[in-house]
Design a protein around this ligand. Structure first.
Ligand code: B12
Ligand code: SF4
Length: 386
């Protein structure tokens, strides 16, 4: 029967291409590779809409601007037939929460302790995509993080794991430490079954959050998340939240680290990113000294560089203010005269916490009379100096 033969041939071709992409994923060092279709996340668009309508994206306006394309892969690319989702384990060797008890040290979240994962994953995705497109004669597009793609629901639909109560993807094999990336293609591949929720009654991640960023299980208010506050948010940080940030100066791992599924996580592959030694426990005192050129050199190739020196020093000043370390007063005083208003303002806040009341009053009495930035003046007011 010619029709049957054509069908069988097509099936064989799908199987071969599917096996090819999996083998390629393994060869470039991805830990997981599974496949779904673009119509498998019907709830995602409405849930994204609720998140944005409630203002939970804060100042990440790019989320609202791209909501239609983001909520449905077919709106992003109408020809897409299959979506291959890749996972890369970046599990740390030690519990990253250990540093939270060392107030003179600054905590940089695990994902940012080495090269920018966007570059690493994008490079691997491009390698796969080039070879796959040539083999399949199909069109491909690759995405990681910054594109308007809802990577977590797609990964869950492809069966890499499930979205945990902290909203991130949890895998039975790799716990909560996975980066995601995807390849969209016009090729017709064999799809995998979705994963089901294995959180049960556990709420460890919800209880671990220092800033109470989860209004309900499976939902996050980014405006309270330390990752958003220290990385995405420009300008001054809500004074109520500053003491809760502790010494976390770039991102936060608390909800991920609390996940019991990490215990079952397999060893990360040999191709995983190793943390830079000098980013494991850098001292607050050292980081406060970074000017623009030294900041750029120190964080060359790192995702931290993206936020720029001023926002980085703003975050470090919050850690200084929370440290109780009077040895940092001289550096904070110097930064209270910094050209950047966000740095000046946060230096005032840090000093109001580190100095004795009388000492701060004397310092405030000597402050420059020509300060005109409204945010900095607000900080002086908040500190009771005006
Ligand atoms: C915006 C963003 C952020 C924001 C908002 C976080 C968030 N959870 O959305 C901020 C800056 C806070 C952030 C922080 C972090 N991020 Co981020 N971030 C993204 C980004 C760019 C978009 C995510 C998104 O679409 N959010 C919008 C919300 C609405 O989407 P959602 O979480 O999928 O929403 C679902 C749930 O709310 C759920 N839901 C809603 N109501 C209900 C009700 C019920 C009953 C149920 C079951 C479900 C449910 O359904 C929604 C749709 O699936 C993705 C990359 C990408 N393109 O996808 C990376 C990404 C999610 N981030 C990532 C990482 C690693 C982090 C951090 C760990 C970094 C750090 N160490 O500081 C933290 C983790 C904080 C946390 N608990 O989420 C990884 C996560 C990998 C993984 N294993 O899941 C991603 C996928 C990047 C990547 N390519 O690897 N991030
Ligand atoms: S990353 Fe930290 S602040 Fe953000 S939700 Fe998780 S525990 Fe809370």
């Amino acid at each position: 029967m010619p029709e049957r033969t054509a069908e069988a041939k097509e099936q064989k071709r799908r199987e071969t291409l599917t096996a090819f992409v999996r083998a390629e994923a393994q060869a470039v060092g991805f830990d997981l590779c599974r496949i779904t279709r673009p119509d498998t996340i019907p709830d995602a668009k409405a849930r994204l809409g609720e998140f944005i309508d409630a203002g939970r994206h804060g100042t990440m306006e790019w989320m609202a601007e791209t909501r239609d394309r983001r909520g449905d892969p077919r709106t992003l690319w109408s020809d897409v037939k299959s979506i291959v989702v890749f996972g890369l384990n970046y599990g740390p060797d030690e519990d990253p929460r250990g540093i939270l008890d060392k107030p003179d040290k600054a905590a940089i979240s695990v994902y940012a302790r080495n090269r920018d994962y966007h570059d690493v994953i994008k490079g691997r995705l491009k390698e796969i995509a080039t070879r796959f497109a040539a083999r399949a004669g199909a069109d491909v597009k690759v995405f990681v993080d910054t594109a308007p793609v809802m990577e977590k629901p797609l990964a869950a639909a492809a069966g890499l794991g499930w979205q945990g109560k902290h909203t991130n993807l949890v895998s039975r094999v790799h716990g909560s430490w996975l980066f995601l990336g995807s390849m969209f293609t016009t090729a017709d591949l064999i799809v995998d079954a979705p994963e089901v929720d294995h959180c049960g009654s556990c709420r460890a991640c919800l209880d671990a959050c220092p800033t109470d960023a989860f209004p309900a299980p499976y939902q996050i208010d980014a405006r309270r998340c330390i990752s958003y506050l220290t990385i995405e948010h420009k300008g001054p940080i809500d004074p109520q939240l500053r003491p809760l940030i502790g010494n976390r100066i770039y991102g936060c791992d608390d909800c991920l680290a609390a996940c019991p599924w990490n215990k079952f996580a397999r060893e990360a592959s040999e191709m995983k990113l190793q943390a830079r030694e000098d980013l494991k426990e850098p001292s607050i005192g050292y980081l406060l000294c970074l000017d623009d050129p030294t900041f750029r050199t120190f964080f060359s190739g790192s995702p931290v560089k993206r936020i720029g020196r001023d926002r980085f020093v703003r975050n470090t000043l919050i850690a200084a203010g929370n440290s109780g370390d009077r040895g940092l007063i001289a550096q904070c005083r110097a930064l209270s005269a910094d050209p950047s208003p966000v740095v000046r303002g946060m230096a005032v806040w840090a000093l109001s916490r580190l100095m004795e009341a009388g000492e701060f009053s004397t310092f405030a009495a000597q402050r420059p009379a020509d300060e005109s930035d409204s945010d900095v003046l607000d900080e002086w007011r908040l500190a009771g100096a005006v």
